[in-house]
Design a protein around this ligand. Structure first.
Ligand SMILES: C[S@@+](CC[C@H](N)C(=O)[O-])C[C@H]1O[C@@H](n2cnc3c(N)ncnc32)[C@H](O)[C@@H]1O
Length: 225
């Protein structure tokens, strides 16, 4: 059963145990980011999104040891604990698992959509956080080897998000962003640069990668600069 208070409830009793307490939609700038993501992600909420299998295959290659990500210093998902920020319906969780991830957390304030990922068995209930990344820091701090933000549509709050990502990723851990548009990448990377050492590449040339046109891979700095 889903409640609109920012929690997933009745999922294996975890909510009753306080697992999903708090979080949700705080007013102000963070809410704005949620609105932007949610509004523009509407076409992707459809689980029958027809090119999804091709996207999954393209991403699986991209993050394989032979793929472009490794040329940016990505060390892979094998045996890693992953936080998929903005996981939506969990569509890319199988990609991480196929590449050997040890565990995957899904973070997304879209309650019903996230519940769908749990119902389909893509996410364990105790790994589904129905709130924003910024509200999930206490749940995730020091647990995450790799954070992914796929098809990011972040337009502001860059510093808050970069700090939240830095807080949840373990020392030496990595961050992966994909962007559909150059302007989003260019607005986001300066904030990431103060918390992560990284670089980006254009993936154009493969139309299948469209929502993942630009790839960024970063490694957590010991101290933010
Ligand atoms: C453009 S969609 C991308 C979904 C998926 N990652 C993909 O590549 O298809 C962005 C997702 O981020 C979620 N989102 C928005 N703000 C967020 C936040 N502050 N923390 C975590 N997720 C957020 C939205 O609800 C939405 O599902």
């Amino acid at each position: 059963m889903i409640h609109r208070s920012g929690t997933l409830d009745g999922v294996g009793g975890y909510a009753a145990a306080g697992r999903y307490s708090g979080g949700g939609f705080s007013a102000g700038a963070s809410q704005w980011w949620v609105d932007r993501f949610s509004g523009s992600s509407a076409p992707y909420a459809n689980v029958s999104y027809p090119i999804l299998p091709y996207l999954c295959r393209a991403l699986q290659w991209l993050f394989s040891p032979e793929g472009n990500a490794s040329s940016l210093g990505f060390k892979g998902f094998k045996d890693k604990v992953v936080a998929d920020v903005g996981t939506n319906d969990g569509r890319y969780v199988p990609v991480f698992m196929n590449l050997g991830a040890a565990d995957v957390w899904g973070i997304d304030p879209l309650h019903e959509t996230l519940q769908g990922a749990v119902n389909k068995g893509l996410l364990k209930p105790e790994r589904a956080l129905a709130k924003t990344l910024e509200s999930s820091v206490a749940d995730l701090a020091g647990k995450i080897d790799v954070a992914t933000v796929f098809n990011s549509q972040l337009d502001r709050d860059f510093d808050v998000v970069a700090k939240s990502l830095w807080d949840v990723v373990v020392p030496g851990g990595q961050l992966v962003f994909t962007f559909a548009e150059r302007i989003r990448r260019d607005r986001t990377l300066p904030a990431l640069a103060s918390h992560f050492e990284g670089s980006s590449v254009s993936l154009s040339g493969n139309s299948i990668d469209r929502p993942h046109e630009f790839l960024y891979v970063g490694t957590r700095k010991a101290n933010p600069s």
